[in-house]
Design a protein around this ligand. Structure first.
Ligand code: ADP
Length: 266
């Protein structure tokens, strides 16, 4: 018997209008999204369709004009450590080492040192940077920095991991490797993840479901289940099934001028 999945986080009838003295921008219109516990979903859409705005509202860093965000069925207000964030721009503390960056939130929570040590060791090893523990961010490559940012977010055991184009600034090879590592991390540990990207291929590779948004005002125009094997390698991207889903999303984004601004080339 199929069990109904528990909804971890959702947004209901969400609208966002940016108002200034002269202008009014309807950035998000009537967004309804449900994300199950431990589900990995992506949101794709053309540049300016409101993806980052939506993520910031999920994070509590920005407020919706109307509508609600529910976390575990409770209306959520403001930011909290229940949501971990990873952004495109590298956001590590430059004066702290790799290890200290990962430990940062645990120290803030006043977690006893032996317990924090275990968590830090686990994530240093999971991201393959145990030997780089004493390095400063400026001594790391872009990919390494993002691995530390992901480890720092996950070490805090967030209820939901929010990722805003985290691999957007990386070269294609590093980006592919990071996608693979993130997917493996998710397969092994299972987290609820909301991943924002304008890269369709990236969204399909990483996710169980992809929400497709229209150009401004941002609306959800499709909710696409990704029926691909759970265990994924980069060669999956060359399979017929993968290409079929990727093209389907591409067509959706370009239909009825929904995606006339799309930056993605795939
Ligand atoms: P995306 O992440 O999809 O590129 P954004 O969420 O950054 O889109 O922006 C959505 C729309 O809202 C854009 O038209 C953008 O110019 C506008 N916008 C974003 N932030 C602000 C702001 N702080 N004030 C006014 N307009 C904004």
């Amino acid at each position: 018997m199929n069990q109904t999945p528990t909804i971890k986080i959702s947004c209901k009838n969400l609208n966002k209008i940016y108002r200034s003295k002269k202008t009014e921008i309807l950035a998000l219109q009537d967004i309804n999204i449900d994300i199950a516990d431990n589900e990995f979903i992506s949101v794709v859409g053309p540049s300016g369709c409101g993806k980052s705005t939506l993520l910031r509202i999920f994070a509590g860093l920005d407020e919706a004009t109307s509508g609600d965000i529910l976390l575990d069925n409770r209306v959520m207000t403001g930011p909290g450590s229940d949501r971990g964030m990873v952004f495109q721009a590298y956001t590590l503390f430059p004066w702290l080492t790799v290890e200290q960056n990962i430990r940062f939130g645990l120290k803030l929570k006043k977690m006893p040192k032996p317990e924090a040590d275990q968590i830090v060791e686990k994530y240093l090893s999971l991201i393959g940077l145990t030997d780089f523990r004493n390095r400063l961010p400026k001594e790391l490559s872009g990919g390494m920095k993002q691995r530390v940012a992901i480890a720092r977010a996950l070490a805090n055991k967030p209820e939901v991991l929010l990722m805003d184009e985290p691999f957007g600034a990386l070269d294609p090879d590093t980006k592919g490797n990071m996608q693979l590592q993130l997917r493996e991390l998710w397969e092994n540990e299972k987290h609820t993840v909301i991943f924002i990207t304008h890269d369709i291929e990236e969204a399909v590779f990483l996710s169980q479901r992809v929400y497709v948004m229209s150009a401004r005002p941002g609306r959800v125009i499709a909710d696409i289940p990704i029926d691909l094997p759970q265990k994924r390698g980069l060669d999956l991207k060359d399979t017929q099934e993968f290409i079929h889903i990727r093209k389907k999303i591409h067509r959706l984004l370009h239909s009825r001028d929904f995606g006339n601004n799309l930056h993605a080339t795939n």
